[in-house]
Design a protein around this ligand. Structure first.
Ligand SMILES: [Zn+2]
Length: 672
């Protein structure tokens, strides 16, 4: 029995005990010419080695265990080396060649699979892209990097030496099991700050920015220190001895051990320090500290989203947090049920700045888990998971075991339905009646049924609302709830604490419904505004805006409509169309106002009003980033206020004896 257990452990963590493969890399880059030249020393225990090598890199020397070898066939995508016996072996490989420059920098979005690129504007050699001999299993490494004057670069790891005589030379060591090496270089200006840590060497924080963005460095260093302190207190000490914010010439958004590689344009956006930076720093615990078991689902994006992006909304207010959950459910509503997959099937390793539904659900699952076991057990579970799996691979079921142990209860039903099973419940309130201090109601589930604790809000007269959590199981759950006070209405999950499918018409309108529509119409108002209005429409709409003419009341055409123009003239236009005037919180303030709405038929439209063309031009840059909002107030290019219209909760009126009595009285009067 014991032998069997030991065998299981070995299978679960291959090669992670002492004696990791080790790669020693001495590397020279000539970014202007695109040249890479390297000598690699690889210590492995294996009978053979197979690794990808970029076809333009030629092997110039090969030695195995001190014996010179014939060169392997050139120009193939991968190299196969037979080694004499199981080892240990030392393989020396010299190789060089010219790598591709950066792709067209106008490309939008994050490229899915990047080749190794060497370019004076910035070099990026991603892990697993065939620029070093990869042992094919987690390994430790040491990299010596040489660059010509004017260029600097780094890989993840401890900086052990650095010099700038005759160009840049730096040695980095990574002693933990690494899954690959990412290398970044460029014409960087490095700004450094040391942060004292009790009982440990000071933390080395650095920005690697282009000279024209050097003024951003100190704010990035401040915020990096703040996030590292926050998560060290929440989870456990920061696992690396430094953190680097590296500017990328490409629109990337990557987190690697001890560093983040973010697009240079992205780094300039004001909200990146408030959200993405914290997210990438947290990946040093979840993702690069504890490594997800990619074969059984990547939990690290969801946990990071929950404790970073979402947690910052909770820091702000309960309303902001509720709006974030509502936004997740809105994303879910846009996913066809047939396309839904379980979290165990979500394996993406990197992500861009934009979020996808796979992250939303996982984040909501951690939110629901905290509701399920309580905040203390949840916090304890996080710390135990970190202690137990630091620099190891861990799966969803390792998370389940850890939280179950700390909470002292079985969490199998919870993880089965939310993690291992695809889909989401659809919940509805059935008949409800209150009499003599007892509320009776039914909760219905359509489709596959879930075991749930559902929050209900009980509303009675002018009395304050009361929240109750009820257990729901099966297609129809009959509930009897003691309620001393008269209950007139019940709302189901009004704060969106459950991952569930919500009918689309229950969501409040947001700008994105118009911005991303495949076809959209444009109405402009104000003669001197037409040009600026059109330019702004082209910037914010995915569709080519189709200029509309108004004929009768109501929005023309049948597509979503954007209305842009001079404030008073837009107000006149809205009146002509029979649409409501600007909402009260926007009337008469700011240099520009933006809001989303739906007409009587449910068709989305958005309105942008400003005093003059300059105020419209100022919106060009910021406005596309606020698609998840219902309304915005601008002063120039700055958002001074924003929000989401209230959602319509699932609500049912409760039948009460008081109502029946009133109608009895009315009938008596009629007949008397
Ligand atoms: Zn992430």
């Amino acid at each position: 029995m014991r032998r069997w257990l030991i065998l299981l452990l070995v299978v679960a963590h291959p090669g992670w005990a002492a004696g990791l493969p080790h790669l020693d890399l001495d590397l020279r880059l000539e970014p202007v010419k695109g040249i890479l030249a390297a000598e690699a020393t690889l210590n492995v225990t294996a009978g053979s080695l197979d690794f990808p090598l970029a076809p333009s890199l030629k092997v110039t020397g090969l030695t195995i265990d001190g014996r010179k070898q014939p060169l392997p066939p050139q120009g193939a995508d991968s190299i196969h080396l037979a080694l004499p016996g199981a080892g240990p072996h030392t393989v020396l490989l010299a190789y060089q060649g010219t790598l591709s420059p950066l792709p067209d920098l106008d490309q939008k979005g994050v490229l899915a699979r990047l080749p190794p690129m060497v370019d004076a504007r910035g070099s990026f050699l991603p892990a697993g892209s065939g620029w070093y001999p990869d042992p094919g299993e987690p390994f430790s490494y040491r990299v010596r990097l040489r660059l010509p004057p004017g260029q600097k670069g780094l890989v993840a790891g401890t900086l052990v030496n650095e010099s700038e005589l005759n160009g840049y030379q730096a040695d980095y060591e990574y002693a933990h099991p690494a899954e690959g090496i990412d290398l970044m270089a460029g014409p960087y200006q490095v700004t450094e700050r040391r942060v004292a840590r009790p009982g440990r060497a000071p933390l080395r924080l650095r920005t690697w920015f282009y000279p024209d963005m050097a003024n951003l460095a100190s704010a990035y260093l401040d915020d990096s220190a703040r996030y590292i302190a926050r998560y060290s207190a929440l989870i456990g000490p920061y696992p690396f001895d430094g953190f680097n914010v590296v500017a990328s010439p490409l629109p990337t958004g990557f987190g690697m051990p001890g560093l983040t590689y973010l697009g240079r344009e992205v780094l300039r956006l004001p909200f990146i320090r408030a959200t993405s930076l914290g997210h990438e720093i947290l990946h040093n615990w979840w993702g690069n500290g504890v490594i997800p078991d990619w074969t059984t689902g990547n939990w690290s994006e969801g946990l990071t989203t929950f404790l970073a992006d979402y947690a910052y909304q909770e820091d702000q207010s309960q309303d902001a947090a509720r709006a974030a959950r509502l936004a997740w459910l809105r994303d879910l509503a846009a996913v066809p049920e047939s396309a839904d997959t379980p979290l165990t099937a979500f394996t993406a390793r990197h992500h861009g700045i934009s979020s996808i539904v796979g992250y939303d659900k996982a984040a909501m699952v951690f939110f629901m888990l905290r509701d399920e076991i309580g905040a203390d057990a949840f916090a304890g579970g996080l710390r135990r998971f970190w202690q137990r799996y630091r620099f190891q691979r861990a799966s969803w079921s390792d998370l389940e075991q850890t939280f179950a142990a700390v909470a002292g209860r079985d969490l199998d039903p919870f993880f089965r339905q939310w993690v291992r099973q695809a889909g989401a419940p659809r919940l509805k309130l059935g008949d409800a009646r209150w009499a003599n201090g007892m509320l009776e109601l039914t909760v219905e589930q359509a489709g596959p049924t879930y075991q749930l604790r559902v929050p209900l809000r009980l509303l009675g007269g002018s009395e304050q609302a009361e929240m109750r959590w009820v257990a729901v199981d099966g297609p129809v759950t009959h509930l009897r709830l003691p309620a001393a006070r008269l209950i007139q209405a019940v709302e189901l999950d009004p704060d969106y604490r459950l991952w569930r499918r919500v009918e689309p018409d229950r969501f409040p309108p947001i700008l994105r419904e118009v911005f991303v529509a495949p076809r959209a119409g444009l109405l402009t108002a104000g003669d001197d505004m037409t040009e600026a209005a059109r330019a702004l429409a082209e910037r914010v709409l995915d569709a080519r805006p189709e200029a509309l003419q108004i004929s009768a009341a109501g929005l023309p055409g049948s597509d979503p409509v954007l209305i842009v123009g001079q404030t008073e003239q837009v107000n006149d236009l809205l009146a002509k169309l029979g649409l409501p005037p600007p909402p009260p919180q926007l009337a008469g303030t700011g240099s520009a106002r933006v809001w989303a709405a739906r007409d009587d038929s449910g068709r989305p439209y958005a309105v942008i009003t400003a005093q003059g063309p300059d105020a419209l031009k100022a919106l060009q840059r910021p406005l596309p980033h606020y698609g998840r909002q219902s309304w915005l107030l601008f002063e120039g290019a700055k958002v001074t206020d924003k929000g989401i219209w209230p959602a319509r909760a699932e609500r049912i009126r409760v039948k009460t004896p008081a109502v029946r009595q009133r109608s009895d009285v009315a009938q008596k009067w009629r007949f008397s």
